[in-house]
Write a protein of this length. Structure first.
Ligand SMILES: [Fe+2]
Length: 235
């Protein structure tokens, strides 16, 4: 039997490590106030995907999609990124990575540039990894997500990304805003599968293998600005 009194009696909020240097300080509270963080930022249908008889959305072969974040999370993360303004130039030369050369550059900000890497890795550990283990069964990676970043696509800057493989065993790509409202166009096309995911849903996460089978491209954003959060897990 499992008993909880959270609903009836409330709960204590741990404010010892509450950093007030950000616009949305609650985003950083995944460690100290995990219950609050989950309630505020994790999609209400998240755990349905983990149920034994869950129907998993698979828009292309071995490309799966899950609701993970609330709209509030998406808005807060985009605002933090835009507030930092640390967008890369989208060039091959990139001093942020070891070796200084990015083969497939995007206009992006790495999570660690806004001090968000630890929170993001905890999100992967707690929420993304269980979904990976459910769908791609038998694969048990460790916590080695090296590249975590938010990409900005817009017609006047970087509208698309040519076909490439990711430097990952599996990748996630989370839509942070709304097609038809915030932007038009966009999406991901998987070349070998000849299959595109264009009905992107804010707060939903695409998950797919990074190499060999899932050569893919970012489709052209034709108006507005599209934001996605991306991780290359287990390089
Ligand atoms: Fe990619």
């Amino acid at each position: 039997m499992y008993i909880t009194n959270i609903k009836n009696w409330g709960y204590l909020v741990n404010n010892e490590n509450f950093d007030i240097s950000h616009i949305h300080n609650d985003l950083w509270q995944i460690f100290d106030n995990e219950y609050n963080w989950r309630k505020r930022y994790i999609h209400t249908n998240y755990s349905q995907s983990l149920e034994p008889d869950a129907l998993i959305d698979m828009p292309c072969n071995d490309v799966v999609r899950f609701p993970v974040f609330t709209e509030l999370f998406c808005d807060h993360l985009v605002e933090e990124m835009e507030n930092s303004g640390k967008w890369s130039a989208g060039k091959n030369k990139d001093d942020r990575i070891s070796g200084g050369y990015e083969n497939v550059p995007t206009v992006d900000i790495h999570m660690n540039q806004i001090g968000f890497e630890d929170v993001w890795l905890q999100f992967i550990r707690l929420y993304a990894r269980p979904l990976q283990r459910k769908v791609f069964i038998g694969y048990k990676g460790e916590d080695t997500s090296l590249m975590n970043f938010v990409v900005r696509y817009k017609p006047t800057e970087q509208p698309l990304l040519k076909p490439h493989h990711d430097a990952s065993t599996w990748s996630i790509n989370i839509a942070l805003n709304r097609i038809g409202v915030d932007f038009t166009g966009g999406g991901t096309r998987f070349v070998r599968q000849n299959c595109s995911v264009t009905d992107v849903k804010k707060g939903w996460m695409l998950m797919h293998p990074g190499r060999l089978t899932h050569y893919h491209e970012g489709l052209e954003v034709t108006s507005g600005t599209r934001y996605i959060a991306v991780s290359f897990v287990d390089p």
